[in-house]
Design a binder for this molecule. Structure first.
Ligand code: AMP
Length: 301
């Protein structure tokens, strides 16, 4: 199957008008491109549940800080087209920066408030404002019935969910589990920055989440001790610099004071010049939980 490639808002709107005239349901999978099997899982899921799948492929400048990797972020539209088609997408939307941010529009943005200051928001101020702004634009352009996100960016999914609620958007949200390499490393477009030693060291992130699981199974219930154990484990790997290890409420993203209900363990770390994140949802007994039950907006409200 091939995927149609469009780059302007006008073209996408025209095409979707035709699609809708046939009675087809439309899904959106927002991405920054450099598509991998994690993105493809989202696309496959969307293709299973909808007639027509739009994948947006846009490296969004407003979610990068001044010293971040916007300029060197991997871009490979040809490969993206192939991978999107392989996974069952129908339309790949590849806009320019000017198309999404025309001159007079740049004064306007979404402010996501406190949720955007927690976890990754500490080191990336303004990041989630940029994410929410571009997702709102994409939702308005495509007006899908359903939109798909990955658990890997849990904080992003929670913030988008809250934005959609705040603005009474009726689109349904689906959050899919994180796709991992055989050794547990979460797939990420940024993994290609890693050299072979860094790539080996990066598996500590996944292993530290499994360590947390084993501690929970052993009956450890103290969030501070658990956080410390993970931090100590990660510190053994000389190439790693831990940015944060946090045990948080999956809804509010605030740190938990006790382990009495399902919680999210979220971690961010740096290896060389590469920043990686990962997370898992756990029951207090150490069961790993899927993301869907933590996102209530699966039906329009
Ligand atoms: P990105 O291109 O990194 O902005 O990601 C686009 C979408 O794909 C987001 O909803 C991510 O959460 C999701 N995603 C990225 N990596 C993975 C993965 N390893 N497994 C599942 N979803 C992912």
């Amino acid at each position: 199957m091939s995927v149609e490639l469009l780059s302007t808002v006008r073209e996408v709107r025209c095409r979707l008008q035709e699609v809708r005239a046939q009675g087809a349901s439309v899904a959106l999978v927002p991405t920054m491109g450099a598509l991998h099997a994690g993105h493809q899982a989202l696309i496959r899921h969307a293709a299973m549940e909808n007639d027509f799948v739009v994948v947006s492929d846009f490296v969004n400048p407003t979610q990068f800080g001044p010293n971040e990797d916007f300029a060197r972020y991997p871009r490979d539209p040809q490969q993206d087209q192939q991978r999107a088609a392989e996974a069952g997408a129908h339309l790949l939307f590849l806009p320019s920066v000017e198309e999404i941010y025309p001159p007079l529009s740049t004064a306007f943005h979404i402010d996501v408030g406190r949720l955007g200051t927690l976890l990754c928001g500490v080191s990336r101020p303004g990041h989630f404002n940029g994410v929410a702004t571009v997702v709102l634009k994409l939702l308005e352009i495509v007006q899908p019935e359903k939109v798909y996100f990955g658990q890997k960016d849990f904080q992003q999914a929670r913030i988008i969910e809250q934005m959609m609620t705040a603005f009474f958007l009726t689109v349904q949200m689906v959050v899919c589990p994180t796709v991992r390499e055989a050794d547990g490393l979460a797939l990420s477009s940024r993994n290609r920055y890693l050299n072979s030693e860094e790539r080996t060291a990066a598996t500590a992130l996944y292993r530290s989440l499994l360590l947390l699981q084993s501690q929970l199974i052993a009956g450890e219930k103290d969030p501070q001790r658990l956080t410390q154990q993970i931090t100590t484990f990660l510190a053994k790997e000389a190439r790693l610099r831990v940015e944060y290890v946090a045990l948080v409420d999956p809804f509010t993203l605030e740190e938990v004071q006790q382990i009495a209900a399902p919680f999210l363990c979220a971690i961010a770390m740096h290896i060389g010049n590469t920043r990686l994140i990962d997370n898992m949802l756990f029951s207090p007994q150490g069961e790993i939980l899927p993301p869907d039950r933590f996102f209530q907006r699966t039906e329009p409200q």
